[in-house]
Design a protein around this ligand. Structure first.
Ligand SMILES: [Zn+2]
Length: 270
């Protein structure tokens, strides 16, 4: 085990609780404004970003690590952690001055400052020294934003997420329940609650306003595009350009990507 590792971490790719080996680490940076209006990237001096690879599936992630003030070593002594990003960079990347690795002076170590990764020393378990503050990609399960959901559906979705990778049967039952509840909520009880889910799905999707909303939005973009082409005096703002891009993405997803995704999901489930 050459590389340092964070143990017992849920991998965002394979979802195993596995060790994450540190391939490379660098101090965290952020954009700061300069007096002349430009911006520059500057070290925050706090956290470290570590590029890691999962011990189980070998897929890469990026972890944001917060160094601890200190930790108790195996002998029970408190060891202070140096709060210096450069020191963390050297430690995490296993960089050691070559001269520290030789007992006697050596031409390689005396003439110039060389760095080396000692391959005969084991990497360390980092859990005591660092707390993982963020992870990219996130291992949290992707779900619709709670703020857009009715409270009862949001709560059931929370329960569903807890069993998603634990029980396929409970997951499927919960999905069906939520689907039924969502259709009934959308239909505002216009349908008898005793109607079968088959009819509720059709009725809820037929009553959906989303298609009309997208069409209204697309027409606004068409008009805005006309103005841009004909060089109207009104400038196009960055927000309008972003909206135009968001809508274009949505339209391309709806027209091309979703049909393929849905067909693939159906084939998988047959
Ligand atoms: Zn993995």
């Amino acid at each position: 085990m050459l590389l340092h590792q964070i143990r017992d971490w849920t991998c965002a790719h394979c979802r195993a609780i596995a060790e994450q080996h540190v391939l490379h680490a660098a101090p965290e940076v952020e954009k700061v404004p300069l007096p002349d209006g430009h911006e520059k990237w500057q070290e925050t001096g706090e956290r470290i970003r570590a590029f890691v690879v999962c011990g189980n599936c070998r897929q890469p992630s990026m972890l944001v690590l917060q160094p601890a003030k200190g930790f108790f070593n195996d002998a029970g002594h408190f060891v202070q952690v140096i709060q210096n990003p450069a020191a963390h960079r050297k430690f995490l990347n296993r960089m050691r001055p070559l001269r520290d690795l030789f007992d006697k002076p050596n031409p390689l170590t005396t003439e110039r400052m060389y760095w080396a990764v000692p391959a005969n020393e084991c990497g360390e378990v980092l859990n005591k020294i660092y707390t993982v503050k963020q992870q990219f990609p996130d291992s949290a399960i992707q779900r619709p934003d709670a703020e857009h959901l009715p409270a009862d559906i949001d709560q059931e979705l929370d329960e569903l997420v807890q069993v998603l990778h634990v029980s396929p049967r409970l997951t499927t039952i919960a999905c069906r329940r939520i689907l039924e509840k969502a259709c009934k909520t959308k239909l505002k009880n216009a349908f008898s609650p005793k109607k079968p889910l088959r009819e509720l799905i059709d009725a809820a999707l037929t009553a959906l306003e989303t298609t009309r909303q997208i069409s209204d939005w697309a027409h606004q973009l068409r008009i805005l595009g006309n103005e841009a082409v004909h060089e109207s005096d009104e400038p196009i703002t960055a927000d309008e350009a972003q909206q135009a891009y968001d809508l274009t993405r949505l339209m391309l997803d709806l027209l091309f990507a979703y049909p393929v995704k849905i067909a693939a999901l159906r084939n998988e489930s047959v």
